[in-house]
Design a protein around this ligand. Sequence first.
Ligand code: C5P
Length: 209
Amino acid sequence: MIIAVDGPLASGKGTIARALSAHFRLPHLDTGTLYRAVAVAVTDAGAQPEDVAAAEAAAGSLDIRAIDETRIRTAGAGVAASIVAAHPGVRAALVALQRDFANQPGGAVLDGRDIGTVIAPHAHVKLFITANPEVRASRRHAELIHRGEQIGFDQVLDQLRQRDARDASRADAPMMKAEDAVELDTSELTQGDAIRAAIAIVEGRRGSA
Ligand code: C5P
């Protein structure tokens, strides 16, 4: 079974994808880490994320075993990731890796922005996770503060709105709900309720497949 989990940042998609992976015993890939790692590699090379050639070179030589979790989780890496992710050449360089992961025997859970639409349009179950911007910004703010970053709530909300707009408006593989995806709004849900709701959706879809 392939499960596609898409949605904007801090919607709860990562938490839900990890929980589905544990519950259904399926391997999980957080595809945002790939774009974040490309962004960090571009910066390390002394280039800007807007630099198409530098971003494509970084994507082409990405070593997923060498991804530094601490460095890719900063607010700056998230912003830069959404810039490199708009370059079609970067996306093209990362497609095969993600499709191979999705199509491995037994299935997988992948979360991102274009899993249900581009990477695994044939996924058995597609979830589109949402939450209102203020709720998402407050979750992300708490997470960044917990990681030791000095950043204000308003700046997080600003970055979130900009990233949402950039991710949804890019020409290649924009963030959008696949036609056959089930939407789950986690604004008013506890983490446990959101996970239970997602498991119920998967169970329901699996039963009807
Ligand atoms: O999910 P996360 O915040 O880690 O993603 C970072 C950025 O990577 C997103 O803002 C988006 O631009 C990009 N991304 C993407 N497609 C995916 C996953 C992430 O374009 N499947």
